[in-house]
Design a protein around this ligand. Sequence first.
Ligand code: FES
Length: 142
Amino acid sequence: MQYSEKVLDHFSNPRNVGELPDANGVGEVGNAVCGDIMKMYLKIENNIIKDVKFKTFGCGAAIATSSMATELIKGATVDEALKLSNKAVAAALDGLPPAKIHCSVLAEQAVRSALADYYARQGIDPEPIVGKIDAGCDSCTH
Ligand code: FES
């Protein structure tokens, strides 16, 4: 399996690892097939993602994709973060092997799950905005 330099870099030196005690959006997703889990913490102020941290218990690609996802949404607006797709995360890492695409889906869904929590805390039903959180993936091969 071939990994890009960027994947290897984000795997060995992941950005924004940890927790945010003052997060106002916290999400957790897991993939039932591989068993990997991702937790995402967002600090949102005036519709801007001021800070973001993550914890991933999973494969190298899950760590690299969650690291890249945090880099892509840090400083972004909530709307921009809502549009973050697993494809954009994979592209920012110069691609992923096909068997590892589901890892980037987990990263996308972790961000969505944290945004859903952000809305829920304000008494807003998140589903019409964020959609259903589903970290499963049809292309999982193991
Ligand atoms: Fe499941 Fe990578 S997230 S193997």
